[in-house]
Design a protein around this ligand. Structure first.
Ligand code: 5GP
Ligand code: ZN
Length: 113
């Protein structure tokens, strides 16, 4: 786990977060700067720099991110939601630890801009 990775620090408990779910593989917590009434992140405990760093051995965990994220969304009262993964700075990635955004509670627009 990289020492200087923000999300690894949240996993280790060195930085506080509003946690929604945790197990041996994943952590979910509210985004600090929500872009919708409900906005949370689901991350693997294994440090991967982003979507393009996912390898075959990570496929189970990435599928689990979707399953668990959907279950949290339902519990949070947003059965309809947007899922976003940003890959690279040009796409808007600012934290280089794989994370899945789930946003809901308002109308979403397409294209996202
Ligand atoms: P990205 O732009 O890399 O796809 O998304 C990173 C997300 O992490 C952003 O939505 C940002 O608001 C969120 N974020 C950045 N720092 C923190 C933090 O310290 N705590 C929490 N909970 N979210 C953070
Ligand atoms: Zn990390």
């Amino acid at each position: 786990m990289p020492d200087n990775c923000l999300f690894c620090k949240i996993i280790r408990g060195e930085i506080p977060a509003a946690k929604l779910y945790e197990d041996e593989d994943l952590l979910a917590f509210r985004d600090i700067a929500p872009q919708a009434p409900t906005h949370f992140l689901v991350i693997p405990k294994k440090h991967l720099s982003g979507p393009a760093a996912v390898s075959e051995e990570d496929e189970r965990i990435v599928g689990k991110m979707l399953r668990v994220g959907s279950e949290i969304a339902r519990k949070e009262g947003i059965p309809e939601f947007r899922v976003v993964f940003n890959n690279g700075a040009q796409a808007g990635q600012t934290v280089f630890h794989l994370h899945m955004h789930i946003l809901g509670g308002r109308d979403m627009h397409w294209p996202p801009g």
